[in-house]
Write a protein of this length. Structure first.
Length: 346
């Protein structure tokens, strides 16, 4: 009975405790430009050469590179001149700034913003509220006021969300055939990556990005090219301003920011203006019905605790919210990826 075999592998506890070290190694290599340098160089480089070009200490860089090799983010070759490092395919595709599928911006947002909130996770659990006040010295009562506390911070968030949809957008937008909907509103559409994916997949559709005025201005200036005529913009706060009539409303990673009352309020408002036969598409990371997983979604829910007023939910919980607002024929599609889709019809 006292055998550790009966208790499972104790090493897993050590692995879990080292989890934050793993992510911080990746974030640091991204921030210093390791992956960008190796891609641009076109050839493997020594740790001394990388350290010199990136203005770091040779000893610190060597340890960082070796840790990235262990994480399979870099490969190393031992030669007569010493160790030479190069990117792996996954780093070239997802961790270099120039890649169309780059996750660099979301990495930097996690590293420089989310990490600071998570430092106060214990306080968040005790108090049941987000931790912007402790992390940044600003009010936690308006999560998006805190999240968009500066133009630089707003840009980081928007670029980070865009990078997520560059690899997840197609999965959620093809979970259902949306070709019957030609007039679409993307509520809280941010930098427009999901809207651009939508008009690419459904060329007969037009998508209007509905978001706060300052978000819309940045999206127009930085993220959505003027030549994309099938994407329009509407400035407003969807809780406090009118929502125009449309056939389909996309709420991608919106409801998880808010408590059930706010969700019901927003969905009821959407139902009222939705055209008959239209619908609402929720894009969220779904918990198992017994909330036993997936682990990524459970961790996202903890992140909602430290950063917002909301939480991740099960398919049944989202279905109940939709039905309470009046939507019927609710369908759920799990994509097998990070985000899933729930469609309700009017």
């Amino acid at each position: 009975m006292g055998s550790t075999e009966c208790l499972g592998d104790p090493q897993i506890i050590l692995q879990y405790s080292n989890g934050f070290l793993v992510s911080k190694v990746m974030f640091t290599a991204c921030e210093l430009g390791v992956f960008d340098l190796l891609m641009e160089s076109g050839e493997p480089l020594s740790s001394d050469a990388i350290a010199a070009r990136l203005s770091t200490s040779p000893v610190g860089m060597e340890r960082l590179l070796d840790a990235c090799v262990g994480l399979k983010l870099l490969a190393v070759e031992l030669t007569q001149e010493g160790a030479l490092y190069r990117n792996t395919d996954i780093s070239n595709i997802y961790l270099t700034k120039s890649s169309p599928k780059s996750q660099y911006h979301i990495m930097m947002y996690y590293s420089n913003t989310v990490y600071l909130c998570w430092h106060y996770l214990t306080d968040a659990v005790r108090e049941g509220r987000n931790q912007y006040e402790r992390a940044f010295g600003i009010s936690s009562k308006d999560p998006f006021g805190a999240m968009y506390r500066s133009e630089e911070e707003m840009m980081k968030f928007m670029a980070g969300q865009n990078s997520i949809w560059s690899i997840c957008g197609r999965d959620v937008l093809t979970a259902f055939d949306l070709s019957i909907f030609t007039q679409i509103y993307d509520l809280g559409g941010g930098g427009g990556a999901l809207a651009r994916e939508c008009v690419s997949l459904y060329p007969n559709s037009t998508v209007t990005i509905y978001d706060l005025p300052k978000v819309v201005q940045v999206a127009k200036e930085r993220f959505v090219p003027p030549k994309e005529h099938r994407i329009a913009f509407h400035e407003g706060d969807f809780f406090n301003n009118p929502i125009p009539e449309a056939e389909l409303y996309i709420l991608s990673k919106i409801l998880h920011d808010w408590d059930d009352d706010k969700c019901r309020q927003l969905l009821a408002k959407v139902y009222k203006v939705c055209k008959p036969g239209g619908g609402v598409l929720l894009v969220e990371s779904l918990l198992n019905e017994d909330k036993s997983g997936p682990l990524e979604t459970q961790l996202y829910s903890m992140n909602m605790l430290v950063q917002t007023e909301g939480k991740e939910r099960t398919a049944a919980e989202y279905s109940r919210l939709l039905e309470a607002a009046g939507f019927g024929d609710v369908q759920v599609k799990r994509t097998g990826k990070l985000y899933d889709a729930v469609l309700g019809r009017k």
